[in-house]
Ligand binder design. Structure first.
Ligand SMILES: NC(=O)c1ccc[n+]([C@@H]2O[C@H](COP(=O)([O-])OP(=O)(O)OC[C@H]3O[C@@H](n4cnc5c(N)ncnc54)[C@H](O)[C@@H]3O)[C@@H](O)[C@H]2O)c1
Length: 367
Protein backbone atom coordinates (compact mmCIF):
# COMPACT_ATOMS: atom_id res chain seq x y z
CA UNK A 1 0.00 0.00 0.00
CA UNK A 2 1.35 3.43 -0.87
CA UNK A 3 1.95 5.92 1.92
CA UNK A 4 -0.77 8.15 0.49
CA UNK A 5 -3.52 5.65 1.10
CA UNK A 6 -2.76 5.16 4.76
CA UNK A 7 -5.43 6.41 7.14
CA UNK A 8 -4.34 9.72 8.65
CA UNK A 9 -4.84 9.71 12.39
CA UNK A 10 -5.03 12.45 15.02
CA UNK A 11 -4.62 11.63 18.71
CA UNK A 12 -6.32 13.63 21.47
CA UNK A 13 -4.22 13.50 24.63
CA UNK A 14 -0.53 12.99 25.17
CA UNK A 15 -0.42 10.92 28.36
CA UNK A 16 -0.16 7.24 29.12
CA UNK A 17 -2.55 5.77 26.58
CA UNK A 18 -1.82 8.37 23.89
CA UNK A 19 1.74 7.08 23.95
CA UNK A 20 0.41 3.55 23.53
CA UNK A 21 -1.73 4.64 20.56
CA UNK A 22 1.22 6.38 18.88
CA UNK A 23 3.51 3.44 19.51
CA UNK A 24 0.89 1.01 18.21
CA UNK A 25 0.56 2.84 14.89
CA UNK A 26 4.36 2.94 14.67
CA UNK A 27 4.53 -0.83 15.18
CA UNK A 28 1.99 -1.60 12.43
CA UNK A 29 2.48 1.24 9.96
CA UNK A 30 1.00 -0.27 6.80
CA UNK A 31 -2.60 0.91 7.32
CA UNK A 32 -2.31 4.19 9.21
CA UNK A 33 -0.01 7.03 10.22
CA UNK A 34 -0.33 9.51 13.05
CA UNK A 35 -0.17 13.01 11.59
CA UNK A 36 -1.28 15.11 14.56
CA UNK A 37 -1.61 15.19 18.32
CA UNK A 38 -3.61 17.61 20.47
CA UNK A 39 -3.40 18.25 24.16
CA UNK A 40 -3.63 21.40 26.35
CA UNK A 41 -0.54 23.61 26.70
CA UNK A 42 2.30 22.16 28.78
CA UNK A 43 0.75 18.70 28.76
CA UNK A 44 3.44 16.97 26.76
CA UNK A 45 2.06 16.95 23.20
CA UNK A 46 5.36 18.35 21.88
CA UNK A 47 7.28 15.56 23.59
CA UNK A 48 5.00 12.87 22.21
CA UNK A 49 5.28 14.41 18.74
CA UNK A 50 9.05 14.38 19.00
CA UNK A 51 9.20 10.81 20.25
CA UNK A 52 7.04 9.44 17.41
CA UNK A 53 7.82 11.91 14.64
CA UNK A 54 4.30 13.33 14.56
CA UNK A 55 4.36 16.41 12.31
CA UNK A 56 1.51 18.53 13.71
CA UNK A 57 0.86 19.58 17.31
CA UNK A 58 -2.23 21.39 18.61
CA UNK A 59 -3.12 22.82 21.99
CA UNK A 60 -6.85 22.77 21.16
CA UNK A 61 -8.22 19.53 19.77
CA UNK A 62 -10.95 21.41 17.90
CA UNK A 63 -8.29 23.03 15.74
CA UNK A 64 -6.91 19.60 14.96
CA UNK A 65 -10.39 18.51 13.89
CA UNK A 66 -10.39 21.31 11.30
CA UNK A 67 -7.53 19.57 9.43
CA UNK A 68 -9.11 18.18 6.26
CA UNK A 69 -6.83 15.22 5.72
CA UNK A 70 -7.35 13.62 9.16
CA UNK A 71 -9.79 10.72 8.83
CA UNK A 72 -9.71 9.04 12.24
CA UNK A 73 -9.21 10.49 15.71
CA UNK A 74 -8.39 8.51 18.83
CA UNK A 75 -9.55 9.80 22.21
CA UNK A 76 -6.87 9.28 24.87
CA UNK A 77 -8.22 11.83 27.36
CA UNK A 78 -9.94 11.48 30.77
CA UNK A 79 -13.33 9.74 30.89
CA UNK A 80 -15.49 12.83 31.50
CA UNK A 81 -14.34 14.32 28.18
CA UNK A 82 -15.08 11.29 25.97
CA UNK A 83 -18.68 12.16 25.07
CA UNK A 84 -18.11 15.78 24.03
CA UNK A 85 -14.95 14.86 22.14
CA UNK A 86 -16.76 12.06 20.27
CA UNK A 87 -19.55 14.43 19.27
CA UNK A 88 -17.05 17.05 18.08
CA UNK A 89 -15.05 14.49 16.10
CA UNK A 90 -18.17 13.08 14.46
CA UNK A 91 -19.43 16.58 13.62
CA UNK A 92 -16.09 17.21 11.94
CA UNK A 93 -16.82 14.13 9.76
CA UNK A 94 -14.04 11.95 11.18
CA UNK A 95 -14.14 8.40 12.48
CA UNK A 96 -13.83 7.97 16.24
CA UNK A 97 -11.78 5.59 18.35
CA UNK A 98 -12.83 6.13 21.95
CA UNK A 99 -10.86 4.73 24.86
CA UNK A 100 -12.65 2.78 27.56
CA UNK A 101 -14.88 3.38 29.45
CA UNK A 102 -17.07 4.80 26.68
CA UNK A 103 -18.34 7.74 28.75
CA UNK A 104 -19.95 8.70 32.06
CA UNK A 105 -23.69 8.12 31.48
CA UNK A 106 -26.08 6.10 29.34
CA UNK A 107 -27.53 9.31 27.90
CA UNK A 108 -24.04 10.28 26.75
CA UNK A 109 -23.58 6.83 25.20
CA UNK A 110 -26.83 7.22 23.24
CA UNK A 111 -25.89 10.67 21.94
CA UNK A 112 -22.41 9.44 20.95
CA UNK A 113 -23.86 6.47 19.04
CA UNK A 114 -26.61 8.55 17.39
CA UNK A 115 -24.32 11.39 16.36
CA UNK A 116 -21.82 9.03 14.76
CA UNK A 117 -24.62 7.25 12.91
CA UNK A 118 -26.12 10.52 11.67
CA UNK A 119 -22.74 11.79 10.52
CA UNK A 120 -21.89 8.48 8.82
CA UNK A 121 -18.72 7.88 10.82
CA UNK A 122 -17.63 4.83 12.80
CA UNK A 123 -17.63 4.83 16.58
CA UNK A 124 -15.02 2.25 17.57
CA UNK A 125 -14.58 1.30 21.21
CA UNK A 126 -10.97 0.80 22.24
CA UNK A 127 -11.27 -2.44 24.21
CA UNK A 128 -7.94 -4.10 23.54
CA UNK A 129 -8.86 -7.32 25.36
CA UNK A 130 -10.77 -8.29 22.17
CA UNK A 131 -7.33 -8.29 20.49
CA UNK A 132 -5.08 -9.66 23.26
CA UNK A 133 -3.40 -12.65 21.55
CA UNK A 134 -3.61 -15.00 24.56
CA UNK A 135 -7.25 -14.18 25.18
CA UNK A 136 -8.09 -14.43 21.47
CA UNK A 137 -6.55 -17.91 21.50
CA UNK A 138 -8.73 -18.89 24.48
CA UNK A 139 -11.82 -17.67 22.62
CA UNK A 140 -10.83 -19.53 19.46
CA UNK A 141 -10.51 -22.75 21.46
CA UNK A 142 -13.86 -22.13 23.15
CA UNK A 143 -15.48 -21.49 19.77
CA UNK A 144 -13.99 -24.76 18.49
CA UNK A 145 -15.69 -26.58 21.36
CA UNK A 146 -12.56 -27.27 23.42
CA UNK A 147 -14.35 -26.66 26.73
CA UNK A 148 -17.85 -27.83 25.80
CA UNK A 149 -20.53 -25.46 27.03
CA UNK A 150 -18.78 -22.63 28.84
CA UNK A 151 -20.51 -21.95 32.16
CA UNK A 152 -18.12 -19.42 33.72
CA UNK A 153 -15.62 -16.86 32.46
CA UNK A 154 -13.43 -14.82 34.80
CA UNK A 155 -11.33 -11.78 34.09
CA UNK A 156 -9.36 -9.84 36.63
CA UNK A 157 -7.07 -6.86 36.56
CA UNK A 158 -5.21 -5.65 39.63
CA UNK A 159 -2.47 -3.21 40.61
CA UNK A 160 -1.85 -0.58 43.28
CA UNK A 161 -3.68 2.27 41.60
CA UNK A 162 -3.55 4.52 38.56
CA UNK A 163 -0.80 6.90 37.50
CA UNK A 164 -2.66 10.22 36.99
CA UNK A 165 -4.59 12.30 39.59
CA UNK A 166 -7.84 12.58 37.58
CA UNK A 167 -8.50 8.82 37.99
CA UNK A 168 -8.88 9.37 41.75
CA UNK A 169 -11.38 12.21 41.26
CA UNK A 170 -14.72 10.50 40.77
CA UNK A 171 -16.20 13.59 39.11
CA UNK A 172 -13.70 13.12 36.29
CA UNK A 173 -13.41 9.35 36.23
CA UNK A 174 -17.01 8.42 37.04
CA UNK A 175 -15.92 5.84 39.61
CA UNK A 176 -13.04 3.87 41.06
CA UNK A 177 -11.51 0.60 39.96
CA UNK A 178 -14.80 -0.93 38.80
CA UNK A 179 -15.29 1.91 36.31
CA UNK A 180 -11.62 2.00 35.33
CA UNK A 181 -10.84 -1.70 34.99
CA UNK A 182 -14.13 -3.49 35.60
CA UNK A 183 -15.16 -2.08 32.22
CA UNK A 184 -12.49 -4.36 30.67
CA UNK A 185 -13.78 -7.46 32.45
CA UNK A 186 -17.43 -6.76 31.64
CA UNK A 187 -16.58 -6.28 27.95
CA UNK A 188 -14.37 -9.36 28.00
CA UNK A 189 -17.00 -11.75 29.43
CA UNK A 190 -19.70 -10.35 27.11
CA UNK A 191 -17.44 -10.74 24.04
CA UNK A 192 -16.09 -14.14 25.06
CA UNK A 193 -19.59 -15.58 25.41
CA UNK A 194 -20.66 -14.08 22.03
CA UNK A 195 -22.65 -11.15 23.41
CA UNK A 196 -25.58 -12.90 25.11
CA UNK A 197 -28.32 -10.85 26.75
CA UNK A 198 -27.40 -9.90 30.30
CA UNK A 199 -29.94 -10.93 32.92
CA UNK A 200 -28.60 -9.47 36.13
CA UNK A 201 -25.58 -8.09 37.96
CA UNK A 202 -24.38 -8.48 41.55
CA UNK A 203 -21.47 -6.49 42.88
CA UNK A 204 -19.51 -5.86 46.08
CA UNK A 205 -16.99 -3.07 46.47
CA UNK A 206 -15.14 -1.06 49.08
CA UNK A 207 -12.31 1.41 49.54
CA UNK A 208 -9.78 -0.59 51.54
CA UNK A 209 -6.45 1.20 51.08
CA UNK A 210 -6.76 4.56 49.32
CA UNK A 211 -9.32 6.36 51.51
CA UNK A 212 -6.92 9.32 51.76
CA UNK A 213 -6.96 9.81 47.99
CA UNK A 214 -10.40 9.04 46.66
CA UNK A 215 -14.09 8.46 47.21
CA UNK A 216 -13.78 5.74 44.62
CA UNK A 217 -13.75 2.02 45.39
CA UNK A 218 -10.33 0.39 45.20
CA UNK A 219 -11.55 -3.21 45.16
CA UNK A 220 -14.56 -4.75 43.42
CA UNK A 221 -16.11 -8.09 42.56
CA UNK A 222 -18.89 -8.34 40.02
CA UNK A 223 -20.97 -11.35 38.97
CA UNK A 224 -22.87 -11.11 35.71
CA UNK A 225 -25.52 -13.66 34.80
CA UNK A 226 -26.08 -14.10 31.08
CA UNK A 227 -29.01 -15.55 29.18
CA UNK A 228 -28.38 -19.28 28.93
CA UNK A 229 -26.99 -19.40 32.46
CA UNK A 230 -23.28 -18.63 31.98
CA UNK A 231 -21.66 -16.46 34.61
CA UNK A 232 -19.07 -13.72 34.18
CA UNK A 233 -16.88 -12.98 37.19
CA UNK A 234 -15.04 -9.67 37.08
CA UNK A 235 -12.50 -8.98 39.82
CA UNK A 236 -10.56 -5.74 40.02
CA UNK A 237 -8.28 -3.98 42.42
CA UNK A 238 -6.33 -0.77 42.87
CA UNK A 239 -5.26 -2.09 46.28
CA UNK A 240 -3.13 -5.00 45.12
CA UNK A 241 0.56 -4.70 45.86
CA UNK A 242 3.23 -6.21 43.66
CA UNK A 243 2.57 -4.64 40.26
CA UNK A 244 0.17 -5.51 37.51
CA UNK A 245 -1.96 -8.63 37.15
CA UNK A 246 -4.31 -9.38 34.26
CA UNK A 247 -5.75 -12.86 33.91
CA UNK A 248 -8.64 -14.94 32.70
CA UNK A 249 -10.13 -18.34 33.50
CA UNK A 250 -12.60 -20.18 31.30
CA UNK A 251 -14.62 -23.12 32.60
CA UNK A 252 -16.82 -25.44 30.53
CA UNK A 253 -18.41 -28.86 30.93
CA UNK A 254 -15.61 -30.32 28.79
CA UNK A 255 -12.55 -28.37 29.82
CA UNK A 256 -10.86 -25.35 31.27
CA UNK A 257 -8.14 -22.88 30.36
CA UNK A 258 -6.21 -20.24 32.29
CA UNK A 259 -4.26 -17.32 30.92
CA UNK A 260 -2.06 -14.98 32.88
CA UNK A 261 -1.14 -12.08 30.65
CA UNK A 262 1.99 -11.04 32.46
CA UNK A 263 3.50 -14.20 33.88
CA UNK A 264 3.53 -16.20 30.67
CA UNK A 265 5.02 -13.31 28.70
CA UNK A 266 7.80 -12.46 31.08
CA UNK A 267 11.30 -13.45 32.14
CA UNK A 268 11.45 -14.49 35.80
CA UNK A 269 14.36 -12.27 36.82
CA UNK A 270 16.38 -11.54 39.95
CA UNK A 271 18.51 -8.38 40.08
CA UNK A 272 20.44 -6.80 42.97
CA UNK A 273 21.03 -3.66 40.91
CA UNK A 274 17.79 -3.00 39.07
CA UNK A 275 17.46 -2.09 35.38
CA UNK A 276 15.48 0.28 33.14
CA UNK A 277 11.90 -0.93 32.73
CA UNK A 278 10.10 -4.14 33.67
CA UNK A 279 6.42 -3.82 32.82
CA UNK A 280 3.49 -1.44 33.31
CA UNK A 281 3.00 -0.46 36.98
CA UNK A 282 5.94 -2.54 38.27
CA UNK A 283 6.93 -0.91 41.59
CA UNK A 284 10.63 -1.72 41.25
CA UNK A 285 13.20 -3.47 39.07
CA UNK A 286 15.22 -4.77 42.02
CA UNK A 287 14.86 -8.22 43.58
CA UNK A 288 12.53 -10.64 41.82
CA UNK A 289 10.74 -9.07 38.85
CA UNK A 290 8.95 -10.25 35.70
CA UNK A 291 9.98 -8.01 32.82
CA UNK A 292 7.68 -8.37 29.82
CA UNK A 293 8.78 -8.52 26.22
CA UNK A 294 6.64 -7.27 23.29
CA UNK A 295 4.43 -5.71 25.95
CA UNK A 296 2.05 -3.74 23.73
CA UNK A 297 1.76 -6.62 21.29
CA UNK A 298 0.85 -9.02 24.10
CA UNK A 299 -1.85 -6.59 25.27
CA UNK A 300 -3.23 -6.33 21.72
CA UNK A 301 -2.99 -2.56 21.21
CA UNK A 302 -1.21 -2.51 17.82
CA UNK A 303 -3.56 -5.17 16.45
CA UNK A 304 -6.54 -3.16 17.74
CA UNK A 305 -5.46 0.11 16.09
CA UNK A 306 -4.53 -1.72 12.88
CA UNK A 307 -8.01 -3.26 12.82
CA UNK A 308 -9.67 0.13 13.38
CA UNK A 309 -7.72 1.67 10.50
CA UNK A 310 -8.80 -1.22 8.26
CA UNK A 311 -12.40 -0.57 9.30
CA UNK A 312 -12.07 3.03 8.14
CA UNK A 313 -10.96 1.68 4.76
CA UNK A 314 -13.94 -0.72 4.70
CA UNK A 315 -11.66 -3.75 4.80
CA UNK A 316 -13.06 -5.06 8.10
CA UNK A 317 -16.11 -4.48 10.27
CA UNK A 318 -15.51 -3.03 13.73
CA UNK A 319 -15.17 -5.75 16.35
CA UNK A 320 -15.60 -3.32 19.23
CA UNK A 321 -18.24 -0.64 18.85
CA UNK A 322 -20.05 2.14 20.67
CA UNK A 323 -22.88 -0.34 21.25
CA UNK A 324 -20.46 -2.64 23.13
CA UNK A 325 -19.37 0.34 25.22
CA UNK A 326 -23.02 1.11 25.98
CA UNK A 327 -23.65 -2.45 27.21
CA UNK A 328 -20.63 -2.07 29.50
CA UNK A 329 -21.99 1.27 30.72
CA UNK A 330 -25.30 -0.30 31.70
CA UNK A 331 -23.51 -3.07 33.62
CA UNK A 332 -21.41 -0.41 35.37
CA UNK A 333 -24.62 1.34 36.44
CA UNK A 334 -26.13 -1.95 37.60
CA UNK A 335 -22.95 -2.98 39.42
CA UNK A 336 -22.63 0.26 41.37
CA UNK A 337 -26.32 0.15 42.22
CA UNK A 338 -26.08 -3.49 43.30
CA UNK A 339 -23.16 -2.72 45.60
CA UNK A 340 -25.13 0.25 46.97
CA UNK A 341 -28.29 -1.68 47.81
CA UNK A 342 -26.66 -5.04 48.53
CA UNK A 343 -28.84 -6.89 46.02
CA UNK A 344 -28.78 -8.33 42.52
CA UNK A 345 -29.93 -5.83 39.89
CA UNK A 346 -31.96 -7.02 36.91
CA UNK A 347 -31.31 -5.58 33.46
CA UNK A 348 -32.43 -3.46 31.67
CA UNK A 349 -31.31 -0.91 34.25
CA UNK A 350 -31.42 2.62 32.88
CA UNK A 351 -32.00 5.13 35.68
CA UNK A 352 -32.13 8.79 34.67
CA UNK A 353 -30.35 11.79 36.23
CA UNK A 354 -27.17 9.83 36.91
CA UNK A 355 -24.16 12.13 36.68
CA UNK A 356 -21.51 9.59 37.56
CA UNK A 357 -22.03 5.82 37.83
CA UNK A 358 -20.39 5.73 41.27
CA UNK A 359 -23.21 7.90 42.62
CA UNK A 360 -25.37 4.76 42.47
CA UNK A 361 -23.09 3.21 45.11
CA UNK A 362 -22.25 6.28 47.19
CA UNK A 363 -25.89 7.45 47.46
CA UNK A 364 -27.90 4.30 46.94
CA UNK A 365 -31.63 4.62 46.53
CA UNK A 366 -33.63 1.41 46.82
CA UNK A 367 -36.05 1.04 43.88
N1 LIG B 1 -7.25 0.55 27.17
C1 LIG B 1 -6.51 0.62 28.25
O1 LIG B 1 -6.01 -0.38 28.75
C2 LIG B 1 -6.28 1.95 28.90
C3 LIG B 1 -5.14 2.16 29.69
C4 LIG B 1 -4.98 3.42 30.29
C5 LIG B 1 -5.93 4.41 30.09
N2 LIG B 1 -7.02 4.17 29.32
C6 LIG B 1 -8.06 5.21 29.12
O2 LIG B 1 -7.48 6.24 28.32
C7 LIG B 1 -7.97 7.51 28.74
C8 LIG B 1 -6.76 8.38 29.10
O3 LIG B 1 -6.07 7.78 30.18
P1 LIG B 1 -4.50 8.00 30.40
O4 LIG B 1 -4.06 6.92 31.29
O5 LIG B 1 -3.82 8.18 29.11
O6 LIG B 1 -4.52 9.36 31.21
P2 LIG B 1 -3.35 10.45 31.30
O7 LIG B 1 -3.70 11.32 32.44
O8 LIG B 1 -2.04 9.77 31.27
O9 LIG B 1 -3.50 11.26 29.95
C9 LIG B 1 -4.65 12.04 29.70
C10 LIG B 1 -4.31 13.03 28.61
O10 LIG B 1 -5.49 13.76 28.29
C11 LIG B 1 -5.08 15.10 28.04
N3 LIG B 1 -6.22 16.03 28.15
C12 LIG B 1 -6.83 16.44 29.28
N4 LIG B 1 -7.78 17.35 28.95
C13 LIG B 1 -7.74 17.49 27.62
C14 LIG B 1 -8.46 18.29 26.70
N5 LIG B 1 -9.42 19.09 27.09
N6 LIG B 1 -8.13 18.20 25.38
C15 LIG B 1 -7.16 17.36 24.97
N7 LIG B 1 -6.46 16.59 25.79
C16 LIG B 1 -6.76 16.65 27.10
C17 LIG B 1 -4.00 15.36 29.07
O11 LIG B 1 -3.19 16.44 28.65
C18 LIG B 1 -3.24 14.05 29.03
O12 LIG B 1 -2.26 14.09 28.03
C19 LIG B 1 -8.91 7.23 29.90
O13 LIG B 1 -10.22 7.21 29.43
C20 LIG B 1 -8.50 5.87 30.40
O14 LIG B 1 -9.55 5.16 31.00
C21 LIG B 1 -7.19 2.98 28.71
Amino acid sequence: MSKKERVKVGIIGSGFVADIHADSFRMMPDEAEVVAVASPPQCGAEDLAKKYDIPRVFTDYKRMLAEDDIEMVTIAAPNYLHAQMTIDIANAGKHVVCEKPLCMTLEEADVMIDTCKKKGVLLMYAEELFFTPKYVKAKQMADEGAFGKVYMVKQSEKHFGPHAPWFWDVEKSGGGVFMDMGCHGIAFCYWFLDRPKIKNVYCQMATHVHTDKTKGEDNSICIIEFDGGAIGLVEDSWARRGGMEDRIEVYGGGGVTYADLHMGNALPTYSEHGYGYAVEKAPSTKGWTYPAFEELWNYGFPQEMHHFARCVRGKEDPQATGEDGRVVQEVLYAGYHSAGIGQKVELPFTPKDVKTPIQLWLNPKKP
